[in-house]
Design a protein around this ligand. Structure first.
Ligand code: TXA
Ligand code: MG
Length: 345
């Protein structure tokens, strides 16, 4: 496995590997992706194997121009209303952290879409990712570059530690700017539906498309997920994690919060919540405390979520007690990841 900082030479090298059907991990603005040529079934099979990902969980195809969209999606199958929404979303939110579910083009192997008639497409807002896509085959299938079910990588080192030699090359572009995955949006139905909350806030989508369908109550089963990122247990650290409101955290008994003699870690959304929690405690051994954003900036909190969970997971705590974010904007994506991480315990 090669581990290279982003440079023109490194991008050319990675593109050559991709064109030969190899795997390259690369940075995007959300999280690091594990890329393979979207038109090459052999490369796609390697992605599933490297991640230990079940074949029923389809991949996102990454493109680097609007023109490339028609190579992977058959837009002639969209009705007029869906077409209109597509145009608006693409014009305003691409490139960016929005993945669109669209009718699949035949050139995309069934393996990429797990046999679904639809394909997930995203145009990342990241210069190096765009260059890599353009230099290779114009369309890269790329799930997050982590073993299936584990925390997504927001640094190249996370990919190296988790996937190591299962990848041919890892491109290091520093920490991910957004830190949570893209929002997955299905625009084929009468009302657009968010299949996975993510870094494009629901409010921004709704402002363009009008009302969204309500999220599925029970989002599929392990055998037949609606959108398998929707599996209830996902994005999980190995350390057991539970998520609470500040009020719940404050009312947890000391024994609970300090379980294992200060080996529990508390993860607060903001500084004032940590201070309120500390003020309510009467001495005792302090648990390890972390704060996602001292001033409560939801963008900063999202960018630090996986990074902080990775760090806590390496530190040998017996458990992680996390505070939910306010539900608005990216808070919905943070809370979704915390709920799924907690469900795995
Ligand atoms: O930000 C991101 O989206 C990152 C970066 C690397 O771009 N990628 C990512 O990929 O998170 P992955 O494979 O970890 O998540 C893909 C999500 C899954 O929830 C999957 O079920 C859903 O997209 N998906 C893919 N194709 C689909 C389809 N045809 N219909 C419904 N959901 C689909
Ligand atoms: Mg993933």
């Amino acid at each position: 496995m090669e581990f290279l900082a982003i440079s023109d030479a490194a991008l050319v090298r990675a593109a050559a590997i991709l064109c030969r059907g190899g795997l390259a991990a690369f940075p995007t603005e959300t999280v690091y992706g594990l890329g393979g040529d979207a038109f090459n079934a052999g490369a796609l099979a390697k992605i599933f194997a490297a991640k230990g990902r079940p074949r029923f969980d389809p991949l996102i195809v990454h493109i680097a121009s609007i023109a490339a969209l028609e190579k992977v999606a058959d837009l002639s199958l969209l009705d007029g209303a869906a077409r209109k929404k597509l145009n608006l979303l693409v014009e305003r939110l691409w490139p960016g952290p929005l993945t669109l579910i669209l009718p699949k083009q035949k050139a995309v192997p069934d393996l990429a879409t797990s046999g679904l008639p639809t394909v997930a497409v995203r145009f990342p807002d990241h210069a190096a990712a765009q260059k890599l896509i353009t230099l290779s085959t114009g369309a890269l299938a790329a799930p997050s570059a982590n073993p299936f079910g584990y925390l997504s990588p927001t640094r190249a080192e996370h990919v190296r530690d988790q996937l190591g030699d299962k990848v041919d090359i890892i491109l290091d572009g520093g920490p991910s700017k957004l830190g949570v995955e893209s929002t997955v949006l299905d625009i084929c139905g009468p009302l657009p539906r968010i299949l996975r909350p993510g870094a494009a806030p629901k409010e921004a989508i709704e402002a363009l498309t009008g009302p969204l369908a309500r999220p599925e109550a029970a989002a599929g089963t392990a055998a037949a997920p609606v959108s398998p990122g929707q599996l209830k247990s996902h994005y999980a650290p190995r350390t057991p994690l539970s998520a609470y409101s500040l009020e719940e955290l404050r009312s947890l008994s000391r024994e609970n919060a300090d379980a294992g003699k200060g080996r529990a870690a508390l993860l607060f959304f903001d500084g004032p919540s940590r201070d309120a929690w500390l003020a309510g405690r009467k001495g005792g051994e302090a648990a390890a405390l972390r704060v996602l954003s001292e001033k409560g900036d939801v963008l900063e909190a999202a960018a630090r979520l996986f990074e902080t969970l990775h760090e806590l997971d390496r530190s040998g705590f017996s458990r992680i007690l996390a505070q939910f974010a306010p539900e608005a904007g990216l808070g919905a994506a943070i809370n979704d990841r915390l709920r799924r991480a907690a469900f795995a315990c």
